[in-house]
Design a protein around this ligand. Structure first.
Ligand code: NCD
Length: 326
């Protein structure tokens, strides 16, 4: 059962992949595997988070990540509050630190944060006593997305070793690409960022890059297509037609990859830009399976972080002569 499984996980926060060891990544994936049978809700999950409260604080748009964290927490028995940034006192210029300190003072067990500023989850973690899980900060990290990508790969390929992956497209603006790069590097896999120079030149991370997708594909066990993040381009010179000619994943292009190579995309997909419908909906696509895996990964992340929080709180409670929990 998830409750008793041995784990080296001791962190109350999940802020990024870069700080994790390969062993911690595997511990999260193993826990996600144990939650997988319960993740669609068709089988009742153990109520590990009964009487707990999780707050989703999203300061950027989200479909999959917010829904997935909500379902994961609810399936473990937690209550979930949705914080609506657009109608909150953030609009009255209250600082993020003051906002989260006040929420923490009301008693929540975890804050799931998506924020447009790099490092916002670390700053919130320093300000509060509860767990903080990063649901995406600027183009920096999106740890649960990388973990769900790893889980989908491991379950579909049967292994996570000796892999070559192409991460294709707008890697410059992609927190998904960075978190995946950190994870696969720790696991010993080869990651190649592929895209036009406007996306692949002068990056803030050390990574193998390529501009010729057709030349890279024959080496690939999996191809992760990334959304062109038009909203983050500002003055970037970007030619959509040239991009489609050079980088759109079509059935003919995919045929160049290793037989059975998997196609991933974190969503939302710009259909007709990153890939054609035949590829997005084809037999090698695991896009919807990624969404399923996301719930299992977030069940694991919430359960492990809140268990670590309890262990941190336990000595303080014992000292104060209080019972279990707060
Ligand atoms: C991604 C994100 O928000 O970082 N989506 C997601 O969480 N599934 C990728 C994107 O927006 O392109």
């Amino acid at each position: 059962m998830p409750k008793t499984a041995p784990t080296p996980w001791t962190r109350r926060h999940l802020l990024g992949i870069e700080a994790l060891s390969a062993q911690e990544i595997k511990a999260l994936l193993d826990a996600a595997d144990r939650f997988f049978p319960f993740c669609t809700g068709r089988r009742r999950a153990p109520r590990l988070l009964e009487d707990r409260t999780v707050l989703n604080l999203f300061c950027e748009d989200s479909t999959r990540t917010r829904t997935s964290f909500t379902l994961a927490a609810e399936r473990l028995g937690a209550r979930v509050l949705q914080f609506h940034a657009a109608t909150s006192s953030l609009n009255k210029r209250e600082s993020l630190a003051d906002t989260v300190r006040n929420i923490d003072a009301m008693g929540v067990d975890a804050i799931v944060l998506r924020h447009p500023e790099r490092g916002a989850p670390e700053r919130v973690a320093q300000a509060v006593g509860c767990s903080v899980l990063n649901a995406g900060d600027d183009a920096h990290e999106h740890p649960t997305q990388a973990l769900l990508d790893l889980l989908a790969l491991r379950r579909r390929l049967g292994r996570l070793e000796g892999l070559t992956l192409a991460l294709v497209g707008d890697v410059r603006h992609s927190r998904v690409a960075r978190s995946n790069l950190f994870a696969h590097t720790k696991l010993g896999n080869r990651v190649i960022f592929v895209g036009p120079p406007v996306f692949t030149q002068d990056l803030d991370v050390a990574v193998e890059t390529a501009t010729d997708l057709d030349a890279v594909l024959p080496q690939c066990d999996a191809v992760m297509m990334l959304r062109v993040q038009f909203e983050r381009h500002e003055s970037l010179a970007f030619d959509t037609d040239a991009y489609v000619r050079g980088y759109q994943l079509t059935p003919a292009r995919l045929a160049r990859a290793k037989p059975g190579a998997l196609v991933l995309h974190p969503g939302p997909v710009n259909r007709g830009i990153e890939m054609t419908d035949e590829v997005a909906d084809g037999p090698q696509s695991v896009i919807l399976f990624q969404a399923t895996c996301g719930v299992a990964v977030r069940m694991a992340a919430l359960a492990l972080c809140i268990a670590a929080l309890d262990r941190e709180r336990a000595p303080a409670r014992a000292k104060a002569g209080k019972g279990k929990r707060r």
